[in-house]
Ligand binder design. Sequence first.
Ligand code: LMR
Length: 396
Amino acid sequence: IFSQVELAAADPILGLTDAFKADVRDNKVNLGVGIYKDESGQTPILKSVKFAEEKLLATESSKSYLGMEGVQAYNRVVQTLLFGREHTVVTEQRALTAQAPGGTGSLRIAAEFLVRHTNSKKIWISNPTWANHHNIFSTAGLEIAEYRYYKAETHGLDFDAMLSDLQTAEAGDLVLLHGCCHNPTGIDLDNAQWQRVAQLCLEKQLVPLFDFAYQGFGAGVEEDAQGLRIVASTVPELIVANSFSKNFGLYNERIGAVTVVASNSEEAVNAFSQIKSTIRASYSNPPAHGALIVSTILEDETLKQLWHDELREMRERIAEMRILFVKSLKAAGVEQDFEFISRQNGMFSFSGLSKEQVNRLRDEFAVYIVGSGRISVAGMTKSNIPVICEAIAKVV
Ligand code: LMR
């Protein structure tokens, strides 16, 4: 049977990591996948995580199965992070959360649930978006439509185009929204724009699906949740897929969650029961370690404060690299204006470099960035920025 199987195309992001690992050049730099590096080029385990793990090692008494929905204490702290304690979706018990494996696993569970148990069969995603969105949603069986988001000429948001494309969506259609730090553009909506999108979803009966993978990498944990909270205050139903890969540095623990918000608590219970049955059919129940780390940190005031401080440090280092990057491009003689990079949020910078320039960066200079021109600023350090900028100067 396998003689008929064709070789899969390389993944646009993770395939780059494979190619990078196989590259034998000493001066190689990987700015493809979104992984935070500290100033020494390492991806550290946060101190708050290490302390939580020590605590778990001393106190954990069983490795018995979790329920399909995962660690319950974790699911509670996830809701608080997403909505705050006082939001009506929480106080009215309209939100129910299940632990899931990372952002991808959470999106996939949400999509499988929607396809099988609702009449929503079409999802609108921004153009551009994270490459894996197409993959996840089409594999789950959703039809994909795109709304415009980015204006290349201004390197900014094309909000009018976004609204006008979403005006053509039909009742019950899903709209994928990036909670903050839009991947790949780094361009987010302001609160007034969130309000307009929320209103449009309400009027046209569109169902928002939030991909929230970078909470705390924009302006801060609370600030970055404003868009989600505005939308959740306006529309009756939505789903959130969130991830702690980046903000807790728990990449390989695969820890995220899917939260369903329904019009009332009874509908929430019904929808949640089908989320659980979707989990049962996929992997039965999730692994515990990542969820226990997150809940241990967020339930302990000292560890929580330490985590906030460590997250701020990551956020500020990336912001500093952004500014240094723009400065160093000028210093390397690049005449093109890259000032817009300092206005983008989160881990990525959408550089506007062409596919051909991206290929030259990789082939001639061992600098790896995503084919769309997306650069992971989170992988830059004071020592690799000059190398990167010299290379860019040669290809533009
Ligand atoms: C990215 O966009 O680089 C990250 O979300 C990692 C991934 O899985 O693609």
